[in-house]
Design a protein around this ligand. Structure first.
Ligand SMILES: C[S@@+](CC[C@H](N)C(=O)[O-])C[C@H]1O[C@@H](n2cnc3c(N)ncnc32)[C@H](O)[C@@H]1O
Length: 234
């Protein structure tokens, strides 16, 4: 992935013409959109096993922020399974440069970097232990449409985090949203920063109930919802 850097540590994809996360505050965006939009971390407390799917691993920021929330809110010995789908896994040095913006994540980003392969292969698999809880990270390299097809997990929650729909339409296609729905347990949730009409329609056609919510940092809207009828709450 050809990157350029803004303000020292803010990665921008030259290929897609977009930033990896909000320029206002990527971490706060993660908390508001992806965690908050999926009712997390509150739902972590409800059981011994939780499964998250993510479209777009990028720098790993969403993963690390989720890990931070998991280690303080999940029941003892609970297991988090985090499946992320990534077309262009970043080099370790680029990942670390981006994540250096959040020094309090240093311990976790160093553990992620230590386990990150020099030459990202088709499947990146790593397990972490943290405050007595487990985290299983699986990064599936390739086109999300191809790799997701081969897997049989059912997510409790999805982070839909492709680049902006106008620049990265493959990550929001009707076909991919149908596949996401088929890998979601009934009542499972999704959240995304996007409120684009055609993305919302693709999610609805796939079987999700879609709601508009207040966006992050001055953005008017974002989208979140759950699989199934409006009455079926997670
Ligand atoms: C907005 S960034 C993700 C940011 C990330 N969640 C983070 O925490 O840094 C979007 C990511 O989607 C990936 N991507 C774009 N098209 C893809 C595709 N068709 N399949 C899988 N990944 C794709 C890009 O390489 C990029 O890393």
């Amino acid at each position: 992935m050809k990157l350029s850097w803004h303000e020292g540590d803010m990665p921008y994809s030259e290929e897609f013409g977009d930033f990896y996360y909000s320029r206002a505050d990527g971490r706060d965006e993660c908390r508001h959109v992806f965690l908050g939009g999926n009712g997390l971390p509150g739902r972590f407390a409800t059981g011994p096993h939780f499964v998250i799917g993510e479209l777009g691993f990028g720098t790993g920021l969403n993963f690390l922020e989720t890990w931070s929330a998991w280690e303080t809110t999940a029941p003892d010995a609970a297991v988090l399974e985090f499946h992320s789908f990534e077309l262009r896994p970043l080099k370790r040095s680029d990942m670390m440069r981006a994540l250096s913006a959040w020094p309090d994540l240093d311990e976790k980003s160093s553990r992620l970097a230590a386990a990150w392969p020099d030459q990202p292969a088709a499947g990146i698999s790593m397990d972490f232990q943290s405050t007595g809880r487990s985290i299983r990270l699986r990064v599936h390299a390739g086109l999300a449409l191809d790799t997701l097809e081969t897997l049989r997990f059912r997510a409790d929650a999805w982070y839909l985090d492709g680049f902006s729909p106008s620049r990265n339409p493959d990550m929001w296609s009707a076909e991919l949203m149908r596949l996401v729905a088929s890998r979601t347990r009934e009542g499972g949730t999704f959240a995304t920063y996007s409120a684009a009409g055609w993305v919302r329609r693709n999610l609805q056609a796939a079987g999700f109930t879609v709601e508009k919510r207040q966006g992050h940092a001055g953005k008017r809207d974002m989208s979140a919802g759950h699989l199934g009828a409006p009455s079926l709450q997670p």
